[in-house]
Design a protein around this ligand. Sequence first.
Ligand code: COD
Ligand code: ZN
Length: 375
Amino acid sequence: DTCGKVIKCKAAVAWEANAPLCIEEIEVAPPKAHEIRIKISACGICRTDDFAFKGKINDLKFPLIGGHEATGIVESVGEGVTNIKPGDAVIPLFLPQCGECRCCLEPKSNVCYKSDVGKYTGMMMDNTSRFTCKGQMIHHFINTSTFTEYTVVDESCAVKIDEKAPLDKACLLGCGFSTGYGSAVNVAKVEPGSTCAVFGLGGVGLSTVIGCKVAGASKIIGVDINSDKFAKAKEMGATDCINPNDYTKPIHEVLAAMTEDGVNYAFECIGTTETMESALKSSHFGCGVTVLVGVAPSTAKLCIDPMLLLIGRTLKGALFGGWKSKDDIPKLICDMMANKFNLDGLVSHKLPFCEISKGFELLNKGECIRTVLEY
Ligand code: COD
Ligand code: ZN
């Protein structure tokens, strides 16, 4: 029984920015009050982890253990944890839901004051870490840190899911899938018969395509500079795919010609200000809605003609598909198990956890949709 004891296990430690990940033996302290120690089962590799390891996130502190798109089984819980018990299947939440802050009490918001996104303290709520390696303190990453066999999270940062859920797929509901899918069905609220454009056909863009399809869109146009992404996008529900490099005129004009002056809903799933502007311009002038999904570099500024909005377009954005993480992930798990949508096409590669570096190579070569690590 490991309850109350320090656990020694393997973790991928990022000692500093731009250095290879090292599989190390680390010590994981027992959970304190209102904390949960989780044995990780599976974890997806997300672009945000790669940004973090490349030092592209300002204020992020090293050494750290990354990873945030996972499933696991609760090993033990700290004092005062009542709604989660050892043996429960859980998804760690990079977007917590404490249930008490102004955002959590606001039905229209899904962010939480306890979130470490943007603050990057790299610590638990009491400003200490539960990880050590070779005598050094190791930082946590956005309240999750899942590139380790065991992690500790605050009780606001994990949600119990159906124990029968396939954990090797369900991990994608912890970030990429929920982000894209929710942007369509929850943030934009795509309507049956409407027209949609999805800029960027990576894992997040494809999940957006799935959302547009489930919502009943009649036309779903995928936009990507890599035409190799088109076959998969069509499999997931895109009705048309276009490559901006195949046209001399701006892509919003191409989309306007395909959709009677513009789409009802446009989604930016790339993260550049140029494609955000294109997405906005490709939405219909009188009624189009554009959702920003991708995160632009922290110094980027969007510079647009205000008339684009004044005339009737709507521009919005959301993290994590607008879902309230604790309330909505269990419902998404039910929808997945009822085959409302199918995630199989998103998992392009599976690797054992110790081959994590290979997973990042695949990501950087643009060869994968999602790699899922199995522990
Ligand atoms: N025009 C068209 N397509 C382009 C362009 C361009 N100028 N540039 C790149 N693309 C294509 C690429 O070929 C690729 O197919 C796609 O865009 C991007 O896909 P991926 O696989 O690199 O990335 P995803 O889909 O895994 O994620 C992309 C996001 C930008 C959405 C993601 O990195 C992000 O910003 N997520 C943040 C959302 C969030 O909630 N973050 C918090 C925790 S992760
Ligand atoms: Zn992510």
